[in-house]
Write a new protein. Structure first.
Length: 260
């Protein structure tokens, strides 16, 4: 079954894009509301934004299915990543707008959730772990880069307008202090985009689970405000804006690959 695509690169850089998928099986989609069937909470176009990373030698993994099927960036036991704050779960039942995803009495049962975990979540994570191990064996280190994006204004999740670039390192636990300083320095050198380090988005399950800087695995999440490269209502890609965002991401990835 075509669950994800994996491009194996030659550099110690692995780009994971767990919310890029848009597919929803008919058996699930017919139970969803018309608004949810548009899968509005997709990290739209991030695989297009990060396509250039192949030129840097990066490995890239991209899922086929929507986070509405199963959220690959949540723990399989669905423990909240942000206790006390609004968030969405392993098999979400509410959209980022706070609206329901499913029609009445059509939400997934515990048994169905377990099936989705086995069918979609575990294969993605097995591939993640295997590729991290392969890269680390070849280079003695690996930078796991979690590429994400979200609407710039989502009152259900955060107040006000999200900064343009949101770096998350689990409050410094998922990557080395030196790497975090280098990445923050890259953002400090530019004036076009606002940014924050470990703000509302500190890194999801993948960043927190796989990041192990003491053993050569640095994990970083970058959450982009979508207004900087697309139309947030129609979901249309804006090539002119996107080229500028790509240039900024490239500088971050180059810094991540640097040993000094």
């Amino acid at each position: 079954m075509d669950i994800f695509t994996l491009h194996r690169g030659t550099a110690p850089l692995f780009v994971s894009l767990p919310h890029d998928g848009t597919a929803v099986q008919d058996a699930i989609a017919t139970r969803m509301t018309p608004a949810a069937q548009r899968v509005p909470d997709t990290d739209w176009h991030v695989s297009r934004l990060y396509a250039f990373a192949r030129e840097l030698g990066a490995s890239i993994i991209v899922p086929k299915y929507s986070r509405y099927v199963v959220d690959l960036n949540r723990p399989s036991d669905d423990v909240s990543l942000y206790p006390g704050q609004n968030t969405t779960g392993l098999c979400p039942i509410v959209q980022f707008s706070g609206e329901k995803i499913y029609r009445p009495e059509q939400e997934p049962t515990p048994g169905e959730i377990a099936q989705r975990v086995e069918k979609y979540w575990r294969p993605y994570h097995h591939a993640l772990a295997a590729e991290i191990a392969r890269i680390k064996a070849a280079h003695s280190r690996v930078v796991l880069w979690e590429g994400h994006s979200i609407r710039s204004v989502v009152p259900f999740l955060f107040e006000g307008h999200l900064p343009d670039f949101n770096l998350g390192t689990a409050n410094g636990a998922s990557c080395s202090p030196d790497l975090q300083r280098r990445l923050a320095g890259v953002l400090e050198e530019q004036r076009k985009y606002t940014f924050v380090v470990n703000g509302r988005f500190k890194g999801g399950y993948i960043t927190r689970h796989y990041g192990d800087p003491a053993n050569g695995v640095d994990a970083i999440q970058l959450e982009l405000a979508q207004c900087n490269y697309m139309d947030e209502d129609s979901f249309a890609y804006d090539e002119t804006k996107a080229l500028q965002v790509q240039a900024a991401i490239r500088r971050l990835l180059v810094a991540a690959l640097s040993n000094s």
